[in-house]
Every structure is written in C-alpha cells, then in structure tokens.
Design a protein around this ligand. Sequence first.
Ligand code: ZN
Ligand code: ZN
Length: 149
Amino acid sequence: MTELTKLCKECFPAGSLAWTLKTKPRPAPYPGPRCATHWREKKKAVKAANHEKRVQNTYGLEAGEYARLYTFQGGLCALCRRATGASRRLSVDHDHATGEVRGLLCRTCNTLLGHARDKLAFFRRCIAYLRFPPCRAMREGWTGWYADE
Ligand SMILES: [Zn+2]
Ligand SMILES: [Zn+2]
C-alpha cells in the first residue's frame, strides 16, 4: 500500500477507481504528492491567488477586478497595446496623488509614465517632437524649438 501514496493525488483522487483500470500511474515526486503536471498547475493557482490578494490589498481592487480590467483592456497593456502580460503580469497603474487605479500597464509603459511624472505636457512635447523634431527646426533656420508647457 505504500506505493499508493506515491501516486498523484489529483490524477488518482482518494477513492478513485482508476486503480482498477489499466492506466499506467505517473510518478508523483512532487509534494502533495503530485505529478509534474499537477504540481505545475498547483503552483500556478497559488501564484494567481497571491497576486489577487496583493492587488486587493495594495490597490483596493475588488475580487476579480484585475481579471475584469485585463479583459476590458483586450488583454493588452493600455498604452503600447503590444504587451500581453504573458511573460510578466501587467502592473496596476494608479494615480499617486489620488490613489485612483487607472489601468494595467506593462513595466516599460509604467516606467515611462513615471519618468514623465504623469505630465500631459511631456506627451504633448513627444507629439511635437515626432512631428517637427528640433534638428529639423534648427536646420530650417528656426531660432528655437518650442512645445507648449
Ligand atoms: Zn497528476
Ligand atoms: Zn506597454
């Protein structure tokens, strides 16, 4: 009977009749005990639960709100619209002055917003910069390069 305890508790739940079938049991070297697949799933679930708790405590999101917001944003970073959060979960961006949660951003876009200090003027300058860059202005004989503050 000691063999029994070495089988994955999720592949072969207690009282399961799988035993009597000719299924070849997979080894369960991971705690639980669990097979590699079920151990991976268990770890993923624990991580997701921890993340959920953390965003609720840190940003005051309600249960399931992170997932709803993620879906609402189409599963992409709200700014670059490229990052999906698959390799690294999207961050909860919030207004430091008011605490209001604004949306989910990838790390790069979140850092960019921080660097811009949330200033709209920064982004207006970005647009002006791309449309009419200072070097072009200089070569065209302009005396300075301005963008509204
Ligand atoms: Zn298993
Ligand atoms: Zn992004």
